[in-house]
Design a binder for this molecule. Structure first.
Ligand SMILES: C[S@@+](CC[C@H](N)C(=O)[O-])C[C@H]1O[C@@H](n2cnc3c(N)ncnc32)[C@H](O)[C@@H]1O
Length: 250
């Protein structure tokens, strides 16, 4: 039976797809994806037909996928992977047993690598919260960004829809103090930029960064806020952990 693969592309750099993802992409009949992945993965797509899933309404998309399945496997190449904020869940439910999901490097993983920081530094951070500012603002009864932005929390903000000055002001009011912030813009893509600063100076540091595309939609930027970004790790923690591990091993 031919299959529909939902392949995690990673942040955009084709070197960051998994071996399984690359193999599936290399053997498929057609690819559904969108910019910029259609360009950065052009080598692996290698001339196969590429469709933008947003060119189809839901029913037509299912019909088109079924037609393509008659002559081979179909790949949905998605940013990061399915784990967070994927638009494809309803499609996956509908396609049922035909689906296989191939994990990938999420933008959170890629940002952590770029920063060379673990995002829940022990002893500093008690929680890491992944949010979409837009979803918080749209869903009645959801906590506000200000309510989630508290000392001890690392916030990962996807799909930010606020101008940077407004985002910073909301975070300042939530944390109630200055906090480190990083803007990881277009990770693994042409134009990649990483801005590091604090809520007090990030506007000056990132002033010229284009966070919204020409249509006013949030461009590819992941915002990371919280002490875990800069706090000095406690070196004693390593020895305490090592002792514990050795006790457990007997
Ligand atoms: C619809 S979500 C998809 C997230 C994806 N499933 C993941 O885990 O990376 C799109 C948001 O992910 C973040 N994102 C995805 N790719 C990115 C990249 N290459 N650089 C920076 N942020 C990225 C941005 O916050 C963007 O608004």
């Amino acid at each position: 039976m031919n299959r529909v693969y939902f392949v995690g592309a990673g942040p955009g750099d084709p070197d960051l797809i998994t071996l399984r993802g690359a193999a599936v992409l290399g053997g498929c009949r057609a690819v559904f994806t969108f910019a910029p992945l259609d360009q950065t993965f052009a080598g692996l797509i290698n001339g196969r037909p590429v469709y933008d899933p947003y060119d189809f309404d839901f029913e037509d998309l299912l019909v088109r996928v079924d037609e393509l399945l008659e002559s081979g496997d179909v790949v949905f190449l998605q940013p990061g992977d399915l784990t967070f904020f994927s638009p494809f869940q309803a499609l996956i439910e509908n396609l049922g047993d035909k689906v296989e999901v191939v994990p990938g490097v999420g933008s959170a993983n890629a940002a952590s690598a770029l920063l060379k920081r673990t995002l829940n530094l022990s002893g500093v951070c008690t929680r890491t919260i992944l949010v979409s500012s837009r979803a918080l603002a749209e869903v009645p009864g959801a906590p506000s960004l200000e309510e989630l932005a508290k000392p001890g929390a690392t916030l990962l903000i996807y799909m930010n829809h606020y101008p940077l000055a407004e985002l910073v002001s909301r975070l300042r009011s939530g944390y109630g103090r200055n906090e480190p912030i990083a803007l990881a813009h277009r990770i693994g893509l042409p134009g990649q930029k990483l801005f590091l600063g604090t809520l007090d100076d990030i506007l000056d540091r990132a002033g010229d960064c284009e966070l919204f595309d020409q249509k006013g939609r949030a461009d590819l930027t992941l915002f990371i806020v919280g002490e875990a970004l800069t706090a000095k790790p406690d070196q004693d923690w390593w020895d305490q952990r090592r002792q514990k591990v050795r006790r457990q091993r007997g």
